[in-house]
Design a protein around this ligand. Structure first.
Ligand code: AMP
Ligand code: GLY
Length: 419
């Protein structure tokens, strides 16, 4: 079995690490990969969005399976294009990935099929949007419709801020075409939980729960980031809530996509908020989350390749998906300055020492491997994952791992898992 994983972050490192555990896997390639991935897979310099490049490489190298992990190639229809060429691919097609790449589509779907979510309106021009804002309560949430690297959501505290957000997204096109349309929605209060689920369009297998920490600084202060750390399981996502979500959110969503002729096959990510009114959907993603994957996959006892194949062949009901009861915590070590300006190219020390500890895995996000050494190469650099019988134990272990690793200006939160 020869596999090509598309992407090059911490999430892809976790996917490659898990796939490599299957003995029938002969070779893994990763495009473009990163320094850490290069110890498990051959990294090739093809961009994750280069559909033609991925297609050509897969044909020339007899790839048996392409795993398309990031949002943008999914939104661009990479899975459709590979399948047209007879290349087996894991991930939703473009018309199903729309559940992530158009927030207005996702909101209209939830309204039509009675899936709990924040009240909202969709606008195609700034004049109507601002007219609507003039008689709303604040805070309110303004969202660019399309993909915006996780930055297209603005929580406006008052009318002025909301108007600024609308101008910036729709008229100044801060997020490009993604801002041709916007969603304005009710501000919800509650803790956020991420549920990733495998689905083949018929069967839904939710993975273990996790929680992300989006803000850069301790105590959820500072700017929004791609995620500064995760833990699994969530302390607040009880089995009663899980059952409610299965009946009122997960199954209705998969059924709704079938009703719309957009069968979803792949990983469907439910970004939930647990409000006093019950769980509601904040967003859908059409893929594994980053850094949720770095705490979820280490807890997966079953074989990931077997699950991917079952999803593609629509026989997920035949697979037993089992989980490790232990907790997992991932602390992201970022470049100083992230998510704003930062320097790269600093040598990283201590990764091997950290990994000598049992149950610590260092997933690389932005690193480069050169002449036997690792160097920083991105905003989020590493995700140090630890497992233990309890969440508190896993937190302690993860920070012990972090303490062994050094690079100039490294920044990490000290409160991951404490929510
Ligand atoms: P999204 O990409 O839609 O998940 O939004 C990014 C983040 O913005 C979420 O993880 C929440 O922290 C916040 N957010 C989005 N929508 C709302 C909402 N309706 N109420 C409160 N916070 C929200
Ligand atoms: N951790 C959030 C995401 O992957 O979108």
């Amino acid at each position: 079995m020869r596999i090509l994983v598309v992407g090059g972050g911490g999430r892809e490192h976790a996917v490659v690490w898990k796939l490599a555990q299957n003995p029938s896997v002969e070779k893994i390639y990763c495009a473009p990969g990163n320094g850490g991935i290069s110890s498990l897979a051959q990294c090739i310099s093809i961009k994750a969005t280069d559909i033609e490049g991925i297609k050509a490489f897969s044909k020339e190298n007899n790839i048996d399976l392409v795993v398309v992990t990031p949002d943008d190639p999914l939104a661009a229809g990479m899975v459709d294009e590979l399948e047209k060429e007879g290349i087996r691919a894991f991930g939703p097609k473009k018309d199903a990935a729309i559940i992530e790449w158009s927030k207005s589509f996702a909101k209209d779907l939830m309204k039509k099929y009675n899936i709990p979510t924040a009240r909202y309106e969709v606008f195609d021009n700034s004049k109507d949007a601002i007219g609507y804002l003039s008689h709303q309560k604040f805070p309110i949430v303004v969202k660019a419709d399309g993909l915006a690297l996780g930055k297209g959501v603005i929580i406006a505290q008052n009318f002025e801020e909301a108007r600024e957000a609308v101008y910036s997204i729709m008229d100044e096109k801060t997020f490009g075409e993604a801002g041709n349309r916007i969603v304005i929605e009710e501000f919800l209060v509650g803790q956020e939980v991420s549920i990733l689920a495998f689905t083949d369009g018929k069967t839904i297998v939710p993975m273990v729960s996790s929680q992300d920490h989006k803000r850069a600084l301790d105590g959820d202060r500072g700017l929004n980031t791609g995620g500064m750390g995760t833990f699994s399981p969530s302390r607040i996502y009880t089995s009663e809530i899980a059952q409610y979500c299965m009946e009122n959110i997960f199954r209705p969503t998969v059924n709704a996509m079938n009703m719309e002729n957009r069968k979803f096959k792949g990983v469907l990510y439910f970004g939930l908020i647990l409000t006093d009114d019950g769980p509601k959907v904040l967003e859908y993603n059409a893929r594994f989350g980053d850094p949720e994957t770095q705490v979820v996959l280490p807890r997966l006892k079953s074989d990931l390749l077997e699950i991917f194949n079952a999803v593609i062949d629509e026989r997920l009901d035949e697979v037993k998906v089992e989980w490790d009861d232990r907790a997992a915590v991932c602390v992201i070590m970022a470049s100083g300055g992230y998510p704003q300006k930062y320097q790269t190219g600093y040598e990283i020390e201590g990764i091997n020492e950290a990994e000598k500890e049992q149950d610590i895995i260092v997933f690389h996000a932005g690193t480069r491997f050169e002449n036997g050494r690792y160097y920083t190469a991105g905003g989020r650099v590493l995700g140090v994952t630890a497992m233990d019988d309890t969440l508190d134990g896993a937190i302690k272990k993860a920070y012990e791992g972090v303490g062994k690793i050094n690079f100039k200006d490294a920044h990490y939160r000290r409160d991951i898992g404490i929510k």
